[in-house]
Design a protein around this ligand. Structure first.
Ligand code: PNS
Length: 163
């Protein structure tokens, strides 16, 4: 049984993330989508809300589960007996940061390989930050996120704008 982890902030999940998760699910027996803490980013959604959105948009993928963790990804991977960490690469600008994380994770846990999937061209420019910015300024986010979670994002952004 080959197990992969798709880690990320997922604040919120985008079509780009979903594309990577779907493709990982076709390559591995089991995929854990992990909401992990990125200390560089302040979140809009709580970790529980992010997990809920992820569970809804991956409900049709029987070998995908969603989890969260506040510790090191390398330790989580060890606990789960994971074979791979799967990440999407959008552009060269992602590369340096992703490469650094992959090498650090290998040092911390040599048993887990980091695998990069090239993002589908349609989603190259899509990011959670872009989705939040467009939503905040009243733009159409339907090209960037699954239809089933558009309402949740708009509601959240509205509520945050009111504060
Ligand atoms: O979607 P992001 O923000 O690019 O994901 C980054 C994330 C959450 C995968 C990364 O920050 C992470 O792995 N955090 C868990 C804590 C950890 O292991 N940090 C050291 C990474 S080498």
């Amino acid at each position: 049984m080959k197990i992969a982890i798709c880690p990320g902030s997922f604040d919120p999940v985008t079509n780009g993330h979903l594309d990577v998760v779907r493709r990982a699910a076709s390559l591995f027996d089991r995929v854990i989508v992990l909401v992990a803490v990125n200390s560089e980013k302040k979140g809009l959604f709580t970790v529980e809300e992010r997990c809920d959105l992820l569970r809804r948009v991956t409900a049709d993928l029987p070998n995908v589960t969603v989890d969260s963790d506040g510790g090191l990804l390398a330790d989580y991977a060890r606990r789960k007996g994971a074979d791979a960490i799967v990440k999407g690469l959008r552009a060269m600008s992602d590369f340096e940061y992703e490469f650094q994380m992959a090498l650090t994770n290998r040092k911390l846990n040599p048993a887990v390989e980091t695998v990069f999937l090239t993002t589908t061209a349609d989603y190259m420019y899509v990011s959670s930050s872009l989705v939040k910015e467009v939503a905040r300024l009243g733009g159409d986010i339907s090209p960037f996120v699954p239809a089933s979670i558009i309402g949740d994002i708009l509601k959240k952004v509205e509520r945050t704008n009111e504060v």
